[in-house]
Every structure is written in C-alpha cells, then in structure tokens.
Design a protein around this ligand. Structure first.
Ligand code: NAD
Length: 350
C-alpha cells in the first residue's frame, strides 16, 4: 500500500513515515518544508520506499500533479502550522495552511478518487490528523470524548477545529471517505526545539532559565510520539470510515511536574557540576487564553481497534532526554538554521 503523507518532514509526520516504511508501506512524503520541517528526520529511509515532494498543500495544481505521478492508495494528512504561541503572534499562516490548505487537499483528493477504478476507490480514504485542543478546556474533572462539543480557544485550535469541520462536511456532502483522529500532546525524538519538552531539556543543558507559564498548574495528557504513529497507522488501516477516534496517553501531568521530572532525569544521567537543574526553573507570564486542562478518554480506540499506548510518560521522557543527549548534531543544526540563541544564566553546567 502506498500512503501519501502530508507534513511528513515534521515531528509527528516523520515518526509516521519512519514507522510506515518499517512496516512495509511505501510512502510519498509531501511537505512544504517550513521552519518546522527537517529532512534529517527521514534521511535514513530507502528512496525506493520513500519519495519526497516539496509542495504546499494550498497549491492545487501541485497537489494534482503529485496524485497523478504517484497514484497513492490512501492519504494521511498531518501538514499544519502547529505551535500555539506562533498562532497568537501571527494567525494568518494558520488560517492559510490549516483551513485553506485542508480544503485544497480535500478537493484534490475528491478529484483523484473520482478517477480511480472501483477496487482502488473502495480502499481509498483521507485520514485527517487533529488535536484534542479543538475541545477547549476542562475544569478539574471530566475527559474529552468523541462526542464533546468543539470550543477552541486559540487561533491554532480554531484553525484545526475548522479543518475537522471541513473534513466532516466533505465526507457527508461529497461521500469522500474520511476518518478523523484527535490526539493529546505529543513528545519524543525529533521535536522542534520550541515545544515544551525539548525547550526544557535544551535550556537545562545550556544552563539557561527553564521557562514555565504561570505557576505551571496547567494539565496536559502526554503521549509518546511513536505510540501516536502506531495509533495513526491502526486507524488508517482498520478505522471505520466517517468515524472520529480520540487518541491519548492516559498520562495527565501538571506542566510543573513534567518539568521537574525532566530535570530529575537529567540530574541522574547528565548531572550539573553543582546544584540541580530544577534551580533553573523560571516562572514566566502565562500565555493568553491558556487552556487549564486537557484529558482524553481513549476508550473507543481501545475497544474498537485494540490500540493502547505502550510507553509510560516516565519511560518516554527518559528515552527522549537520552535522544537529545545523543543527537546534539540534530538540534544544533536546527537551532543554527533558525537562529535560536540561548541566553545563558552563567551557571557552571556540563
Ligand atoms: P510540526 O509543526 O512538527 O510539522 C508540521 C509539518 O507540516 C512541517 O513539516 C511543515 O513543513 C509542514 N507544513 C506546514 N505548512 C505546510 C503547507 N502549507 N504545505 C505542506 N506542508 C506544510 O507539527 P507536528 O507536531 O508534527 O503536528 C503534525 C500534525 O499533528 C498537525 O496537524 C497537528 O495539528 C497535529 N497534532 C499535533 C500534536 C502535538 O502535540 N504536536 C498533537 C495532536 C495533533
């Protein structure tokens, strides 16, 4: 089976591409290569199994050409602008890529499907990869289910909610075979160093302040990226058309606890010359509209498709910390390309 993966040079997309190729799929990886992309994430894949196309999902003619040349059996859509803080500073790319780009991909998929023979058309689907942030925020109790009403609070989550709605409408109105999944916060190797987990690891190692929004009491459900890739391939191959699946890690953690856990792992495997990494924690002004708590009820995907996470947050964080320690070449190149400079605290750390 040949999968067209959009956003396959990003963090989650590249984990999907690597896992898919490992499991015997052929992959066409379509990516615009924004700041968040990195072809190093897929550099070890054999060209016979992995074709890369630099294309913007807003470019309909280029999408049609990719479909025509590669004749994929199915589509998994991950390309997006994905960083909440950037959506607050400048929402327009989020509207363009996440909404207009998804619309353009849906239309290109619809045209491609119409020209397929019936056997291939029966196997074709568009799997849209989305976030639990579309559901808004929770109080101290409760969990998001697939029935929870959408109440997005940031420009990012509003743009993802819009794209989910478009996918749903294309399924209902045009009978496009679609599936949607909404997942909680991912972490793991190859994550761009602007997201919380790599920021904590890299600032800690650089002897810089480790920024924590507000008091760090916000709660997120954390999922190791390879577990998410596994869930996505499960949904792609066995999920019911027209359905939505929530994907989560059953790992609700306060931000401050997550940061302290990373610091403790670093104290153990790469200790500072003196003191503890926790001493670098610095509370900063909270993000506007910061959702208090996300928690995913992932019962449906477990019950219907037999998927559940394999990696606990403690194991996953340990693997992630070790990966960043072992792969300085990867994040140093990303930081150099993106002009990410660190403001040192003047601490004596290794
Ligand atoms: P990412 O920012 O690391 O990667 C996004 C990729 O999309 C990049 O490679 C980028 O170049 C590409 N892209 C951006 N605009 C494009 C365009 N116009 N045309 C083609 N490619 C374009 O993001 P990620 O964290 O890997 O997230 C992937 C998907 O999963 C997103 O749709 C995101 O909303 C969703 N998601 C992310 C998380 C998370 O915790 N990171 C959780 C749930 C869902």
């Amino acid at each position: 089976m040949k999968i067209l993966v959009t956003g396959g040079a990003g963090f989650i997309g590249s984990a999907v591409v690597r896992t898919a190729v490992e499991r015997g799929f052929d992959v066409v990886n379509l990516d615009k290569l924004t700041y968040a992309a990195n072809l190093d994430n897929v550099k070890d894949l054999a060209p016979a199994r992995h074709a890369f196309e630099q294309v913007d999902i807003c470019d309909r003619a280029a999408l049609d050409e990719v479909f025509r040349r590669h004749q994929p059996d199915t589509v998994m859509h991950l390309a997006a602008e994905s960083h909440v803080d950037r959506s607050i500073d400048g929402p327009s790319d989020f509207i363009e890529t996440n909404i207009v780009g998804t619309y353009t991909l849906l239309e290109a998929s619809r045209a491609y499907l119409a020209a397929l023979d019936s056997a291939r058309a029966a196997a074709f689907r568009v799997h849209h990869v989305s976030t639990d942030e579309v559901y808004g925020t929770l109080g101290d109790t409760g969990q998001f289910t697939e029935e929870t009403a959408y109440r997005p609070n940031s420009p990012y989550s509003a743009s993802k909610a819009s794209s989910d709605m478009l996918v749903r409408a294309w399924g209902e109105t045009f009978s496009l075979p679609v599936v949607i999944s909404n997942c909680s916060n991912n972490y793991g190797p190859y994550q761009f160093p602007e997201k919380l987990v790599p920021v904590v690891i890299l600032n800690a190692l650089a002897g810089e302040p480790i920024p924590v929004y507000g008091k760090g009491m916000n709660i997120r459900d954390w999922l190791y990226v390879e577990d998410h890739a596994d869930a996505l391939l499960t949904i792609l191959t066995r999920g019911e058309l027209g359905e939505t699946y929530n994907v989560g890690g059953n790992n609700e953690v306060k931000n401050i606890e997550l940061v302290r856990t990373i610091c403790a792992i670093l104290d153990e495997i790469s200790p500072r010359a003196s003191g503890r990494y926790e001493d670098q924690i610095t509370h900063v002004t909270d993000r506007p509209g910061h959702d208090f708590r996300y928690a995913i009820d992932a019962t449906k995907i477990k019950r219907e498709l037999g998927w559940e996470p394999r990696v606990t947050v403690e194991q996953g964080l340990r693997q992630t910390v070790q990966w960043y320690l072992d792969n300085a070449w990867w994040w140093q190149a990303v930081e150099a390309r993106n002009g990410i400079a660190r403001k040192r605290l003047g601490l004596s750390v290794p």
